[in-house]
Ligand binder design. Structure first.
Ligand code: ACM
Ligand code: ZN
Length: 747
């Protein structure tokens, strides 16, 4: 008896993602074979049909879906009385005699089916038949329901277009992860992507932009028309295709929430229907347009009644296509400078008693809100819709942090959380790691329990300015979407990153079989820098994704599939760099990391407190070489910061001197910047944070002896929002901006 229960406890829990609320292992296994039947009738029948489809490709079994109970069946049954499970919860009991899934609603049965798929061998996700496998699932009991009702992913199909086939795959992947909302960002400056019968020019003109030189630029958005003979990029979905996708999603218990962006991000709308533009004096308009580098401004006129009518007519067709309760109207990032000089906008403000342009935007959104409410729908918008006064029926999608969500929830409005801190999957993994996403709790601590109920859930967004292929979407999405799925499904108290990471190893195998090109983590060096003469050598942790190995070079070149495979500490005989990347058997490759091997000698006592700073002007896209600063004037400073250069766009700055290490120990330096930066120790680049980017922090950890070491930091700034921070951490020093006491120079 005791032995048996010990066995049960030590049986590994299956790698379910998202983890269920409750899982109890039982003795034995259930085996699926060609004789298995699916018992499902009435409202359970469509879910039974789905299950049959899910199981068919890998098993080759044509399992009948029947109403006749049978031994060793998979039975799906609606049981309305189990109200504690809510609209999406389910129970699953697996025994050697059969599997039973019960739920109050079909959606719950569907999620039970997703758990069943994950109880089976990972090969069940194969698209081709596997032979010679036993399709077993552990005996167990699962009682499960989601923490949140809004479990979403967004995709921007405007900046880059994604075809119907890909959208369906995207929906398949959401279903695997028990997500229930697909936010389809259908229109934006990059192109209008949905057929609107009343306004055909939206897709004859607005869906096709002149091919840009770069992958994307916010200027140079030109829409010459589909038949112009120009080199164009774009595309759109016909209404038939939209209906097909909405049905495909509904069959998987996923609601498609369409977004029709207004009144900003509308360059493509104005290219199609210029009469929706503001009408200030011609020279003012011409100068404005010239400054944007586009054919048209990005905001429609909020003063003209015809603009309101236009969008309501568009929404009339949208409502026919999308049964979603929520209709997203955008509302974000609308520049209002043309409104301030447009007679129509000003007349509207006068007539309605609106004090400023924010209130004009609010007025415009109110018009949409009451119109949608009249049709039995609810308006959803980005958190800018709070500005100038929130419309009475509006639900807020909080993206510029969580403040908008908090304000709206406190005011009694529903909110969906999607902050840039955790939910922007177009941001690199170095800014938003899978672990950061995993740790997300959609309910801000500031809210009372009652206010917290207004948080419907969370979603992640994939903006596609710089994401132009399905593979790139997949890489940005996974494994972060798996982490998000657990953050919105599994009770917060049950989440455990170490446990999730372990389950993720199995889940990667599923993602492989689903054909998803997920993000492969770069090799993790045991030590960020090796000082020449260290006994250690450069060492890497074992890759965390299956079927992969680390390959490296020592000549500074990019590692390739032909570079030597890492098998143990790499030792160099002179200063240099070890570059390494993780390679998958299927050919995908991680980012490359560099581990400097450097000679670093403590120097003879620099006497002057502070380091030398030099600033040069120029338009850089990477850190200039130190020599470029030779003729700039030098100034002694005791902090590494550019706050005094705020607003001075297009410059580069260099700090040079010695970093004083007060005692022997392991020190960590973190260099954060917007845009790029680099740090040298001695003659070696120790932190490489180069390139144009938003604020990114990179870290360096190394063992140092007491002494003064030559160092240098270079940073450049382009396109606003400059920021530079150097943190130090070591014995007796918690992570803080590098103190003046560590900054020294000789003269
Ligand atoms: C947004 O990212 N502009 C909502
Ligand atoms: Zn106007």
């Amino acid at each position: 008896m005791i032995l048996a229960s010990l066995c049960l406890l030590s049986a590994p829990l299956p790698a379910l993602i998202p983890a269920p609320e409750r899982y109890v292992p039982l003795a034995g296994t259930f085996e699926l074979d060609s004789k298995t039947v699916i018992v499902a009738t009435g409202d359970a029948k469509p879910v039974g049909d789905r299950l049959r489809e899910f199981l068919r490709p890998a098993t080759g079994f044509e399992l009948p879906v029947t109403g006749i109970p049978k031994n060793r069946a998979i039975e799906l049954r609606i049981e309305n009385q189990d109200v504690s499970l809510g609209a999406e919860g389910y129970r699953l009991v697996s025994t050697p005699e059969g599997i039973t899934i019960t739920a109050p609603k079909p959606a719950g049965l569907f999620y039970g089916v997703q758990s069943l798929r994950q109880l089976l061998p990972t090969q069940i996700f194969d698209k081709k038949k596997d032979t010679g496998l036993h399709w077993t699932a552990p005996a167990c009991q699962i009682i499960d329901k989601p923490s949140f009702g809004w479990r979403g992913m967004h995709l921007d199909v405007s900046r880059h277009f994604y075809d119907v086939k890909f959208i369906k795959e995207y929906i398949d992947w959401l279903a695997v992860h028990k997500m229930n909302t697909f936010h389809w960002h259908l229109v934006d400056d990059g192109g209008w992507r949905i057929e609107i019968k009343k306004y055909p020019k939206l897709t004859q003109i607005g869906a096709w932009r002149e091919k840009q030189k770069a992958e994307w630029s916010y200027s140079g958005l030109i829409f010459p028309g589909k038949d112009s003979g120009k080199d164009l990029e774009g595309g759109f979905y016909t209404q038939d295709q939209v209906r097909e996708i909405v049905k495909y999603a509904a069959d998987r218990y996923i609601t498609v929430v369409p977004e029709i962006e207004m009144p900003g991000h509308s360059t493509e709308t104005l290219a199609s229907y210029p009469e929706l533009m503001c009408s200030p004096a011609k020279d003012v308009l011409d100068a404005y347009i010239k400054r944007t580098g586009n054919d048209y401004p990005s905001m429609v006129c909020a003063g003209k009644e015809s603009t309101v009518e236009f969008f309501q007519n568009v929404l009339t067709e949208i409502l026919q296509l999308f049964p979603s309760k929520f209709i997203h109207i955008g509302g974000d990032e609308c520049p209002k400078d043309l409104w301030a000089v447009c007679p129509d906008c000003q007349a509207r403000m006068q007539k309605e008693g609106l004090k400023n342009e924010e209130e004009l935007q609010s007025y415009f959104i109110h018009r949409m809100d009451s119109w949608l409410a009249n049709k039995g729908r609810r308006l959803l918008g980005w958190d800018e819709i709070l500005e100038g006064g929130l419309a009475p029926g509006a639900t807020v999608m909080s993206w510029r942090g969580i403040a908008g969500g908090i304000a709206a929830a406190k005011a009694g409005h529903d909110v969906v959380m999607s902050p840039t801190s955790h939910c922007y999957f177009d941001y690199p993994y170095t800014s938003i790691s899978t672990e950061v996403v995993y740790g997300y709790d959609p309910i801000p601590g500031e809210l009372t329990e009652e206010q917290g109920k207004h948080v419907l859930g969370a979603q992640a967004n994939i903006w596609t300015e710089w994401i132009s292929s399905p593979e790139e979407v997949e890489t940005m999405m996974f494994p972060r979407a798996a982490a998000l799925a657990e953050a919105v499904w599994t009770p917060f108290q049950r989440k455990d990153w170490a446990d999730f990471s372990e389950r993720l190893k199995t889940h990667y195998d599923r993602l492989d079989r689903l054909g998803i090109a997920y993000y492969v983590t770069a090799p993790t060096p045991i030590s960020d820098v090796i000082l020449l003469g260290d006994a250690a050598g450069v060492e890497f942790n074992k890759p965390d994704v299956p079927n992969s190995l680390v390959r490296y070079t020592i000549d500074g070149s990019e590692p390739t599939a032909n570079s030597p495979a890492y098998s143990g500490a790499i030792r160099l005989s002179k200063p240099g760099v070890v570059r390494a990347a993780t390679f998958r058997a299927n050919g995908t490759k991680s980012a490359t990391i560099s581990v400097p091997v450097m000679l670093l000698n403590a120097n003879d006592e620099p006497k002057v407190n502070g380091v030398i700073r030099r600033v040069i002007q120029g338009k850089f896209d990477k850190c200039p070489e130190p020599a470029a600063f030779a003729s700039a004037s030098a100034r002694n400073v005791t902090e590494v910061s550019v706050t005094d250069l705020a607003g001075k766009d297009e410059f580069a700055v260099m700090y040079e001197g010695f970093v004083r290490i007060p005692e022997d120990g392991v020190y960590t330096f973190s260099l954060g910047s917007d845009d790029g930066s680099k740090m040298w120790l001695g003659d070696s680049i120790a932190i490489d944070n180069d390139g144009p980017h938003g604020y990114v922090e990179k870290r360096l950890r190394l063992q140092l002896k007491k002494g003064d070491y030559p160092f240098r930091v270079v940073m450049f700034e382009i396109d606003g929002a400059e920021n530079l921070r150097l943190f130090a951490e070591g014995p007796g020093l918690t992570k803080s901006l590098i103190p003046a006491s560590m900054l020294w120079s000789k003269e």
